[in-house]
Write a protein that binds this ligand. Sequence first.
Ligand code: 6PG
Ligand code: NI
Length: 191
Amino acid sequence: MSDTPFTFSIPNPGFIPSRVDNHITRRLSALRGQFLDQDAYARLLDREDTLLYAVNEIKRPAAAGELLMGVSIVHPGKVGKEFFMTKGHFHTVLDTAEVYYCLRGEGFMVMETPEGHPAVERLSPGRVLYVPPRWAHRSVCTSRQEDLVTFFTYPGNAGHDYGTIEQQGFCKLVLDTEKGIAIVDNPRWRK
Ligand code: 6PG
Ligand code: NI
């Protein structure tokens, strides 16, 4: 891997970085157990294992002084009343932060600490989000037509702990209700 400075671009529209080392896609089947309406989930999955999001990563060595970067694209859609979202994770090295910069779309970052303190922040083009160390994070796309596109960067040694969220979910959900978008308590949290 090169140890000299480098540049790349993120063209608009498209948002595929001009340099990509790793392309990750996650479909409905990867979020089994995460959506509240399990019947709606089963019906949708029966029809098609829909693509929920894609991530294009610019890799760096897994060292504390390094920064990984990438662009995440969450597609619009819903499972029951719940918007399409990422799996979400804590960083394995809990004391590592992350910065997100929203390039396109509308949505939220749903976050929480290991102690269960919640935070939900809105994402829209031009907005920067700082996720401090220790906060699990999940992006949610609330636009009906547009992808939610974010650039992110975080320490090379951070790693991903998906297991905790797979087991307990996030304490807050983002739902589409008759009165508009609502952030509600997850009735199945830690159950
Ligand atoms: C990270 C970032 C980010 C994230 C994607 C997809 O630490 O890697 O938070 O790149 O991976 O937004 O979300 P999931 O990793 O939760 O599937
Ligand atoms: Ni992260």
